[in-house]
Write a protein that binds this ligand. Structure first.
Ligand code: ZN
Length: 119
């Protein structure tokens, strides 16, 4: 992902509207690009301040840099867990197909042994 792409995705990241792959690519970029990270931080702070003003909370005591770090950490954890879930689902699918193939094969063998009929 390049800077232009990353900057275009900042608001979608903050609004949780990116796909798993997009989150991963976006975070990979901002973590290695200080300029995009600064841009993300600015948008993140503005977003949080507006949110807190809407809810009439005192905004002076928030450490936004830390909140952003936590947000990135949580997003990375989310990506990691989702990927794990997906690979487990993929494995279960393959296992399901193997079992099904085994059953079909067993059925074919049974039919063959019975001389072409099931009865
Ligand atoms: Zn960049």
């Amino acid at each position: 992902m390049d800077c232009r792409n990353a900057e275009a995705k900042i608001d979608s990241y903050i609004g949780h509207r990116l796909s798993l792959r997009e989150i991963e690519e976006f975070l990979e970029h901002v973590q290695s690009c200080p300029s995009c990270y600064d841009e993300l931080e600015t948008h993140f702070i503005v977003d949080r301040v507006i949110h807190q003003l809407d809810h009439e909370k005192d905004t002076d005591h928030y450490n936004y840099q830390k909140l952003l770090q936590e947000d990135i950490h949580n997003s990375l954890e989310y990506v990691h867990n989702e990927k794990k879930k997906r690979s487990l689902r993929g494995f279960a699918k393959i296992l399901g197909w193997l079992i099904l193939s085994g059953l079909v094969l067993a059925l074919i063998v049974l039919i063959y042994q019975n001389g072409g009929g099931l009865i």
